[in-house]
Design a binder for this molecule. Structure first.
Ligand SMILES: Nc1ncnc2c1ncn2[C@@H]1O[C@H](COP(=O)(O)OP(=O)(O)OP(=O)(O)O)[C@@H](O)[C@H]1O
Ligand SMILES: [Mg+2]
Length: 402
């Protein structure tokens, strides 16, 4: 393929084509490289699709999100036999070959092919097949709602809130996963006193394309009954292995299929790679404290969330942490300045927070009927009601936890 052709193909892009409903990995067996160069040029930019080249000696990938693309070739005959034997396994197969060859078409059917594309098909036909497969896969799994806890200003309490909120959610949701979205140091595992950390976000992101539920189980640590945590990995400052939004989307999809609720600690704010967490969040909980500098930074973050990421006001809940009604910045002023009507508060209890932080315990484990525990369960309830909650006027009706 000439450079000019590649540039032309890159320019065409896939913008006009519909998006995949969930991330997929496309494993390509194409011994003669009839399609592979074109796929590499045209599909490498898709945030939802991971491309992988396979040889006829490789293991056949298994799993709902695995798609095998076979480009017909005599070398692949033993693979066809194996596929026929394993036709019941969970994977999707797309076959590319001579559509006039009815024997081959029938064989592809016996292998359980989801689609048979003639050799001269346009790329758009392959993409349509992938769109159909992704729609089927995402309809077959129920995806856990995601809550992202994000600081309006660093140090406002996102990690403390996240750990305790996860515990409150656990009362109703069978299995909760807390995800520490810090790429370097993250404190969530310390808040939960996880000594033997198992797994970590960075490794999970690196392997996101090929992980299945079993591999995921090895990447999380048990925090409490019904609550796991994916801790942040500790990485050197000069970490060369960049992670991508695509890996993040793939990992999140896998996680959402395995848990009933996902709570993300995004203490450090949005970054290019973690945007899928925000995009998929049913609710974004913005944590702020009652100061002018916190208000200024929170307004900036809210602008990014709303105008750059298109997150509507109905998906944002503002938490004024360490609330004190005697302080200068009132809730009315915060509401006016941020334009967010859904505001909740959490009391300030330095002694309790310090004890919990030092011991790696949750407030409910220290004192079951503490005001903060009520605050967290009200918070969980407000997030559960989520979008259905009316934006009714009457500020003080909407406040709790103090
Ligand atoms: N409601 C509260 N009352 C008293 N102290 C609190 C409250 N919420 C959080 N804290 C304390 O504030 C400190 C910072 O909390 P936390 O680590 O959750 O902040 P963070 O926003 O995650 O910080 P970072 O941006 O560094 O990740 C901790 O010592 C915590 O115990
Ligand atoms: Mg934190």
């Amino acid at each position: 393929m000439t450079d000019a052709k590649i540039v032309e193909l890159e320019r065409e892009g896939l913008q006009a084509m519909p998006a995949l409903s969930c991330p997929l990995q496309l494993n390509v067996m194409d011994p003669d490289e009839r399609l592979w160069p074109l796929l590499k040029v045209r599909l490498h930019n898709s945030s939802q699709l991971q491309l992988k080249r396979l040889s006829d000696q490789d293991f056949l990938p298994k799993g709902d999100r695995q798609v095998l693309l076979m480009v017909d070739h005599p070398l692949l005959a033993p693979v066809y036999d194996e596929l026929e034997r394993k036709a019941g396994e969970s994977r999707s197969l797309i076959f590319v070959g001579d559509a006039q060859n009815t024997g081959l078409v029938r064989r592809a059917m016996r292998m359980g092919a989801a689609d048979f594309l003639p050799s001269d098909s346009e790329l758009v036909e392959l993409w349509s097949a992938l769109v159909r497969i992704s729609a089927r896969v995402s309809a077959s799994v129920s995806l856990a709602p995601v809550t992202v806890v994000i600081n309006g200003k660093g140090g406002s309490g996102a990690s403390f809130v996240c750990a305790n909120l996860g515990h409150s959610f656990r009362d109703e949701d069978e299995k909760v996963l807390l995800l520490d979205a810090s790429r370097h140091y993250g404190s969530l595992a310390d808040y939960l006193n996880i000594r033997e950390k198992q797994g970590g976000l960075h490794d999970a992101l690196q392997r996101a394309g090929e992980m299945d539920a079993m591999a995921l189980a090895g990447m999380v640590s048990k925090a409490r009954d019904g609550m796991d945590v994916m801790p942040a990995s500790v990485l050197p400052l000069h970490d060369e292995n960049a992670v991508t939004a695509r890996q993040c989307a793939q990992l999140l999809h896998l996680i959402r299929g395995q848990y009933q609720r996902v709570v993300v600690d995004m203490s450090r704010g949005p970054e290019a790679w973690n945007l899928p967490l925000l995009e998929n969040a049913e609710q974004v909980l913005v944590v702020m404290q009652q100061s002018l500098s916190a208000l200024r930074e929170t307004i900036f973050l809210l602008r990014q969330l709303r105008h750059e990421l298109g997150i509507g006001k109905e998906r944002i809940l503002l938490l004024v942490n360490r609330y004190d009604k005697k302080k200068d910045v009132s809730l009315q002023e915060i509401e006016k300045a941020t334009e967010i009507k859904r505001i909740v508060t959490l009391v300030n209890d330095f002694a309790m927070a310090e004890t919990c932080t030092d011991l790696g315990r949750l407030v409910a484990e220290e004192k079951r009927n503490h005001k903060l525990v009520d605050g967290f369960s009200h918070l969980a309830q407000a997030l559960r009601l989520g979008k259905e909650r009316d934006e009714k006027p009457g500020l003080f009706k909407r406040l709790f936890g103090h």
